[in-house]
Design a binder for this molecule. Structure first.
Ligand code: MN
Length: 203
């Protein structure tokens, strides 16, 4: 496994595959208050690409081209947060997207354990508990432990998606899942626009 680190944007000419796993690290969970610090990507080949986002940066043309490329599926775990974080910072709305958390909720109805660590353990037998989570992602120099953790959040999503796709097919919920994925960018925009915890479908 190789971790490539870049400052500000993906390098020109970097070709990733048709499905790119993406995760973000931020200063916290409030997208209006807490800035985006790091975007991690992997195309499922076992390697990770880490893009450090600087404090006042508002553009990342290569990353945004990938986010909006209609021929590249952006693969997230709880994409709602990441899509909002990157839209808020760069104005680029990721699409098309897939979310392993949504897929899990649609088929793994026998459990309420839909965290990434749960899915990695139960679907592909990978133990992610060795990685450390919370840390100062705004630091200009990231430690090797931080990079390993950040990379781990994108390295297994392709394998997890394969397992969930098989379950979605088995349970005949592919179409419902696709409709949820298609709505996800709008759900992220609603979060930013002032409807973060309100179910607009509720009575
Ligand atoms: Mn993460």
């Amino acid at each position: 496994m190789t971790i490539h680190t870049y400052l500000g944007d993906l390098p020109d000419g970097l070709k990733l595959g048709p499905i790119v796993a993406i995760d973000c690290e931020t200063m916290g969970l409030n997208p209006h208050r807490d800035r985006l610090c790091l975007v991690q990507l992997s195309d499922g080949d076992g390697n990770a690409h880490l893009v450090q986002i600087t404090q006042d940066q508002t553009a990342a043309p290569n990353l945004c081209a990938l986010l909006t490329d209609p021929n590249t599926l952006k693969l997230f775990h709880f994409g709602r947060f990441d899509i909002a974080a990157m839209f808020h910072r760069f104005g680029a709305l990721a699409a098309p997207v897939y979310c392993t958390k949504i897929a899990s909720k649609l088929v793994r109805t026998f459990t309420d354990r839909h965290g990434l660590k749960n899915l990695a353990q139960e679907l592909i037998g990978v133990d992610m508990s060795k990685y450390q989570q919370s840390s100062d992602w705004g630091a200009s120099h990231l430690t090797d432990a931080q990079k390993d953790y950040a990379a781990s959040d994108v390295l297994y999503l392709h394998q997890i998606k394969d397992k969930l796709d098989a379950m979605l097919a088995r349970e005949n919920r592919q179409e419902m899942a696709q409709s949820c994925f298609d709505f996800l960018p709008t759900r992220a925009k609603l979060d930013l626009a002032g409807w973060p915890e309100i179910d607009i479908f509720a009575h």
